[in-house]
Design a binder for this molecule. Structure first.
Ligand SMILES: Cc1cc2nc3c(=O)[nH]c(=O)nc-3n(C[C@H](O)[C@H](O)[C@H](O)COP(=O)(O)OP(=O)(O)OC[C@H]3O[C@@H](n4cnc5c(N)ncnc54)[C@H](O)[C@@H]3O)c2cc1C
Length: 325
């Protein structure tokens, strides 16, 4: 059952920031994740600060130089349906259209999608696990078939968002505002691994709000995409996924950014594989070396060993299907 809390709907960001100074205040955007967490007792709230009336957080615009600007309240459905996103920022468009179900895409916002809490059933259940400040990660010796194979440690969650890896492949930045002022950081640096702090997923400080996301203009010859593998055709999180953004010049790879979803506590960038690809012509041999490189360092748990060949196959499939033209 939900505990009693105050509910406010400020009309501006500055008003919202004031409300967020209150003890136990939490941000509400679409509510598709927040309400489930409150209902299941994952965390409490004394005050819910809805962003819904703040018009300055809405909108999807393209700047004259081609930069894509997403307001935090842009819905996943609006992003998936946007013609410029579909035509120019393929990875984001494909990732958004693969999130959850049509209802959740209509209600869920990009700010909420980037800040949603992990789906680990121990974290969501009645367990005082490491992520809740306890001393045990119950998934380590338990039911860990959907947990991480990279970047684990004190906690073996996987990061749940599909849009985050796509946006990181596209080199996006996140705009944040809080009691100490505004800042813009690469989305890649927004996420926190358990070795840094196992009790939080993002670099957000108390009282901070995500204002929106900036995606730089695409480089000449850049193509991007997102491939997601899930157990069911809809309504399901990634067992593993791969976002790519690759630029070509004279038949060779000029730049490459590859980011995995569903396999680590944060979107997992394949830096070594990117380095291997840059400057090369893509042929079957290079694809195999890239797939081999993608699984170096994987540490499967008792029940999720399948994710290692899954990542290998994903990289083979995605890179094997690319060509400069
Ligand atoms: C059944 C189901 C299936 C799903 N499947 C997928 C999937 O396949 N892929 C995927 O990516 N997601 C999936 N999701 C997650 C869904 O996409 C998110 O719930 C949704 O995007 C969150 O957006 P929201 O606006 O509803 O966020 P809310 O629920 O309002 O907020 C989520 C969290 O983010 C915080 N927050 C929200 N906005 C901001 C902001 N602007 N600044 C700072 N903090 C903020 C809130 O305080 C809260 O902690 C699924 C969810 C469900 C329930």
């Amino acid at each position: 059952m939900l505990r009693t809390f105050a509910y406010v709907r400020p009309g501006s960001v500055s008003e919202a920031l004031k409300h967020l100074e209150a003890r136990g205040a939490r941000i509400h955007a679409g509510g598709t994740d927040l309400v489930g967490c409150l209902r299941d007792g994952v965390f409490d709230a004394e005050k819910i600060v809805s962003l819904g009336k703040i018009d300055e957080l809405r909108g999807i615009t393209v700047a004259p130089d081609g930069e894509l600007r997403l307001g935090a309240l842009a819905s996943i459905a609006q992003i998936a349906a946007h013609p410029v996103v579909a035509g120019t920022f393929g990875a984001l468009s494909q990732a958004a259209s693969l999130v959850a179900s049509p209802q959740l895409r209509n209600q869920g916002t990009i700010g909420g999608n980037l800040c949603q809490r992990p789906r680990c059933w121990y974290f969501r259940g009645d367990y005082h696990c490491t992520r809740k400040g306890g001393s045990t990660c119950y998934a380590l010796g338990g039911e860990n078939q959907y947990h991480c194979v990279f970047g684990g440690g004190a906690c073996v969650i996987v990061h749940p968002s599909d849009t985050a890896p796509a946006l990181i492949a596209l080199d996006a930045k996140v705009r944040i505002i809080g009691p100490k002022g505004a800042r813009v950081i690469p989305l890649e640096q927004f996420y926190v691994l358990p070795e840094q702090d196992a009790t939080r997923e993002t670099a957000l400080e108390p009282g901070e709000i995500v204002l929106g996301v900036l995606v730089p203009p695409t480089a000449p010859g850049q193509k991007s995409g997102y491939r997601k593998v899930r157990a069911r055709g809809s309504w399901d999180f990634a067992m593993a996924g791969l976002a790519h953004a690759i630029s070509w010049k004279a038949g060779r790879i000029a730049d490459a950014r590859l980011v995995l979803s569903g396999v680590a506590p944060a979107p997992w960038r394949l830096h070594a594989v990117e380095k291997l690809l840059i400057g090369q012509k893509l042929d079957a041999k290079l694809v195999t070396r890239a797939a081999d490189g993608a699984i170096v360092g994987a540490k499967p748990l008792e029940h999720n060993g399948y994710k290692v060949p899954l990542v290998h196959g994903l990289v083979e499939e995605v890179l094997g299907g690319l060509s400069p033209s």
